[in-house]
Design a protein around this ligand. Structure first.
Ligand code: 2AM
Ligand code: CA
Length: 265
């Protein structure tokens, strides 16, 4: 196994084990609001510190981009970290959240780990070597269109001015899909697309740390990711569509009538 993936797994497990122990302590946590509906606790911060400590112990020169502490370092290697994706679920004891860690080299994603500490599922990918869950190979599903598909999504709860456009997209997909799931952790949604548990996924306004590891997992599982134009600017604009190559193309086509000028750029 890739040594850098190994270190990422060690970091993700340390953070995930800590987070799952803290589930019993939720009523005592001090919850801060970073902005409307955007919460953070000492658990997010402590988990992030554990991850960064593990990574920098092995690779002291590497750069970091992390949800709670931001950017540091100046290396071609950058770790992109979401210590607790699905914080709102965690705060409610809704057992669906994950640690997400990706490594980019010169801007190209090379390693990815998403760890669900409640279900003890470890999703991993290394560039060119495929994707796995608990060491079993995973692949995206085969449907060519949204007809009868199970789609995942997230609501634009922090950017509510997008809600009318989002409703248009939802109506469009809901017409043809078998159903739509909104589980509250973008990282796990992407891992589930990679694992064939969801056929496709779309969301408006994600952050790079919500997506980075999931993007490599999906690519290595045979899927495609793009923004709403089908381009690769999702890490910049935060808008993401994912699925097998045919379903991806069908979703991009169906989204077009619902895009505002802001969502097209
Ligand atoms: P978080 O729990 O780390 O904040 C829920 O829709 C999922 O999307 C979560 O993974 C949440 O990450 C993430 N998310 C981040 N920013 C968002 C935004 N502006 N709108 C919707 N979801 C967002
Ligand atoms: Ca997140």
């Amino acid at each position: 196994m890739q040594p850098m993936l190994n270190i990422a797994i060690r970091a993700a497990r340390a953070a995930g084990d800590y987070i799952s122990r803290q589930v019993n302590n939720i009523p005592n946590l001090e919850i801060e609001s970073k902005s409307t509906n955007d919460f953070v606790t000492q658990v997010d911060r402590m988990a992030e510190a554990k991850i960064i400590e593990t990574l920098l112990k092995a690779y002291p020169d590497h750069s970091i981009l992390a949800e709670e502490s931001g950017k540091s370092g100046d290396s071609d290697y950058q770790w992109i970290i979401d210590p607790l994706d699905g914080t709102t679920n965690f705060l409610h004891g809704f057992p669906h959240f994950a640690v997400s860690i990706a490594l980019a080299h010169k801007g190209r994603l090379e390693q990815a780990v998403i760890y669900d500490p409640m279900k003890q599922e470890l999703f991993c990918a290394s560039k060119g070597e495929g994707a796995t869950v608990n060491n079993k190979r995973i692949r995206v599903t085969k449907p060519a269109t949204t007809e009868g598909a199970l789609l995942g999504t997230g609501f634009p709860f922090r950017a509510k001015h997008h809600f009318p456009a989002y409703q248009g997209m939802f109506n469009e997909f809901f017409k043809s899909a078998a159903d739509v799931r909104r589980a509250g952790s973008a990282a796990l949604d992407l891992a589930y697309v990679a694992a064939g548990r969801l056929d496709g996924f779309w969301e408006i306004g994600l952050q790079p740390w919500d997506m980075a590891a999931g993007v490599l997992l999906i690519r290595e599982a045979g899927g495609l990711i793009g923004d709403f134009n089908g381009d690769d600017k999702y890490l910049e604009n935060g808008n993401i569509v994912a699925g097998n190559p045919k379903l991806f193309a069908d979703m991009i086509r169906k989204l077009q009538p619902h895009l505002t000028a802001e969502l097209k750029s």
